[in-house]
Design a protein around this ligand. Structure first.
Ligand code: PMP
Length: 352
């Protein structure tokens, strides 16, 4: 019994798009491309030609970074696209259900709705930990995906590696545990990308949008067993990653650029803890959650006043409402940006 059997039967044998052959140093009259390059074309590869059907140079560099092999990885347009592909592959509309642990990233429920998959919400505990017992009880024959966002957006809290391991075992071979590691670089916890062979029902999502500062490039990856990656690859649009993105990401994944990113992550984590200390000084701050990410979730006395005041100062924060009615998520910006935010909040301290 393998996880791929959970993929919609009509998709399991789907072949990837059969693209026109691309061979270097040949006259390419096989893909209806233009022979003319645009005057604005300043890329390493000419834009009148299609990109590679799959960006192998990026796949190789990401596989190296994530310690997996290229057949265990699919380069996606942000991890958002990977989430969408997973729902399409693993959820037969009206039949399968997925488990999520709110408060969590809203796009899981969004893509579930698009695919008409039932969402079973197993809330995090009061201190935002996974409720393993309740999650286990919510699993059934038709559960195809269990999402574990760690570090979790918007709480910033992480699941313990042992809890994820326990969930992988409890889920069984035909239910995928999807570990979304969008913020893992800001955390001390180990990544699960190296555990794919140990747990055949594990799927890990990574992105270049956060620690690498590449949200505008739209690049991420799904890491899973090769037979699962093969089907996700067949579902994904051909030529999904555009030439300008391929080249930008190749540069972003150079050794020098990655070293600079590591330094930025370290600085951001220090800055997160400095901002935490400063916020903790304010009388109207009730609670600041521990964070393994590039943001803090803060509970205030009066969120409306805080949201209004910061907006008036040209600073945007994120309010979610619902089960986070008194909380605001504050992304950690540059020292200057964070200082402006703190200064705006301190004016309230003077008036209260
Ligand atoms: N997962 C989580 C937990 C996120 O917070 C986000 C973006 N906010 C994503 C995935 C998607 O990011 P992207 O598509 O840019 O990789």
């Amino acid at each position: 019994m393998s996880l791929v059997e959970r993929i919609r039967p009509e998709l399991r044998a789907l072949s990837p798009y059969s693209a026109a052959e691309q061979v270097d140093d040949t006259i390419r009259l096989n893909a209806n491309e233009s022979p003319f390059t645009a005057p604005t074309d300043h890329f390493r590869r000419p834009l009148n030609r299609y990109p590679k059907v799959r960006p192998d140079t990026i796949a190789e560099r990401l596989a190296l970074r994530f310690n997996c092999s290229t057949d265990e990885l699919l380069v996606t347009r942000g991890s958002s696209e990977a989430i969408d592909l997973l729902f399409r592959a693993f959820c037969t509309a009206g039949k399968n259900n997925v488990l999520i642990s709110p408060p969590t990233f809203s796009m899981y429920a969004h893509y579930a709705r698009i695919q008409n998959a039932a969402v079973r919400a197993v809330p995090l505990t009061a201190d935002f930990k996974l409720d393993l017992h309740a999650t286990r009880s919510a699993l059934d024959e038709d559960t195809s995906l269990v999402f574990v966002c760690s570090p979790n957006n918007p709480t910033g809290t992480s699941a313990e590696p042992e809890e994820i391991e326990e969930l992988l075992v409890a889920a069984g071979p035909k239910t995928a545990v999807v570990v979304d590691e969008a913020y893992i670089e800001f955390s001390e916890h180990p990544s699960f990308t190296t555990r794919i062979r140990e747990f055949p029902n594990l799927i890990v999502l990574r992105t270049l949008s956060k620690a690498l500062g590449f949200a505008g490039a739209r690049c991420g990856a799904a890491i899973a067993a090769p037979d699962v990656i093969r089907v996700l690859n067949a579902i994904q649009a051909p030529y999904a990653v555009a030439t300008p993105v391929v080249e930008a990401v190749e540069d972003a994944l150079s050794e020098a650029s990655l070293a600079a990113c590591d330094a930025n992550v370290k600085a951001l984590v220090e800055e997160r803890e400095r901002v935490r200390r400063e916020l903790a000084e304010l009388r109207f701050v009730n609670r600041i959650w521990p964070s393994d990410a590039n943001f803090l979730l803060v509970e205030f006395d009066d969120v409306d006043t805080i949201m209004g005041l910061t907006r008036e100062s040209g600073i945007l924060l994120r309010f979610f409402g619902g089960d986070l009615a008194n909380c605001i998520r504050i992304s950690i910006g540059s020292v200057d940006e964070n200082e402006k935010m703190l200064r705006a909040l301190r004016t309230l301290e003077k008036h209260s």
